[in-house]
Write a protein that binds this ligand. Structure first.
Ligand code: KG4
Ligand code: ZN
Length: 331
């Protein structure tokens, strides 16, 4: 089975061709980061319009790179939600229409299921069951993954997502959008200064997260300190350590609760080096392993949607002829 995957839920147009036997045949990505940079965040209407401009050329590119003809495709998968409705509808319209025109089955994929299964694109993919820590710009959650489609959300953020906290704190520090990776780069030059950032919601049982307090703490710390490069780097480091520590504590709890030895991290924040290193160390101590996608598949991409879509199509799932997007959609 060979599937064309389409991702357009936010500010990245991602297209890929995944083959059940041969694996990932191609992927193409267009990031709108530059378009939104002047506004300090994603402008939904601009995002939709840019997806419209880029999606068809990218589909052509991915099919050509995969040396795949339309006849060789067995289905089309597109992100149906959650995300920005206008952006989602571009992918859904194009995906559903092409499937109709080419007489192929179509399937709508949950964006977070895409992230969750992204490590499956790697050669040493994790076996089920595992705990997945999904940390992106829109979501933070811990999921007990027993198999494809067997997901139990154990905890999630009650306010800001982890990536959102990174982005908002970065903005406070005067860093350009998207701030997460920039803040992390700044933190690498930070010294160990005792700013006593809290580890939110770790002093009580449960697996939910809360990150908005960390952002406020960062704002107050920034206001109280001199505005020089080294101080900003020190604060960035303290903030990053607090986020990573908090995520680590919750992951440990989820592993203890389930007895699992495998931990998957996915979503944009999983690209964070400190997070990867600390969770790797923790899992080694526990006699387990941490799995994460290669850098380019940590953030939004078409490959994860093609992979998840193939699994869903194999299970017999099909979209009807209506074009649907679901901005809010529980996993
Ligand atoms: O998964 P993703 O590409 O899009 C969503 O589905 O939201 O995640 C984007 C988020 C942004 O908030 C971005 O700042 C964050 O991931 N991010 C990072 C890093 N790379 C991306 N946060 C911290 N450290 C990084 N290295
Ligand atoms: Zn995402």
């Amino acid at each position: 089975m060979r599937v064309l995957g389409i991702e357009s839920s936010c500010d990245e147009t991602g297209i890929a061709v995944y083959d059940e036997q041969q694996g990932l045949l191609s992927h193409a990505l267009y990031s709108q980061v530059k378009l939104h940079a002047d506004y300090g965040g994603v402008v939904p209407e601009l995002a939709s319009r840019d997806h419209v401009r880029k999606i068809v050329p990218l589909i052509r590119e991915a099919l050509a790179k995969a040396d795949t003809t339309i006849e060789q495709l067995d289905g089309i998968a597109y992100t149906k939600g959650p995300g920005l409705i206008g952006a989602l509808l571009v992918g859904a319209c194009v995906g559903r229409s092409l499937a109709f025109a080419w007489d192929k089955p179509a399937v709508g994929v949950h964006h977070m299921e895409g992230h969750l299964l992204a490590p499956m694109l790697e050669a040493d993919a994790p076996e089920f069951p595992f705990i997945a820590l999904l940390v992106s710009g829109g979501h933070s959650m811990l999921v007990d993954v027993k198999g494809i489609g067997q997901y139990e959300v154990l905890g999630e953020s009650i306010d800001d997502a982890a990536g959102e906290a990174f982005d908002k704190t970065a903005k406070l520090m005067g860093l350009d959008y998207p701030g997460g990776p920039r803040l992390s780069k700044l933190a690498a030059n930070g010294r160990e200064v005792n700013y006593k950032f809290p580890r939110p919601m770790t002093d009580r049982p449960g697996l939910d997260f809360s990150f908005s307090g960390l952002k406020t703490f960062a704002a107050n710390t920034i206001a109280a300190q001199p505005d020089d490069e080294q101080t900003r780097a020190d604060i960035a480091r303290a903030f990053e350590e607090a986020v990573v520590d908090t995520l680590m504590i919750k992951c440990r709890r989820a592993l203890e609760q389930t007895g699992y030895k495998r931990l998957v991290i996915a979503g944009g924040v999983s690209a964070n080096q400190r997070l990867q290193a600390q969770l790797g160390e923790m899992m080694q101590k526990r006699g387990g392993r941490v799995y994460y996608p290669r850098g380019e598949f940590c953030t939004d991409n078409g490959a994860m949607i093609a992979y998840a879509g193939l699994q869903r199509l194999k299970a017999g799932e099909r979209e009807d002829l209506a074009v649907k997007g679901q901005p809010r959609w529980p996993l």
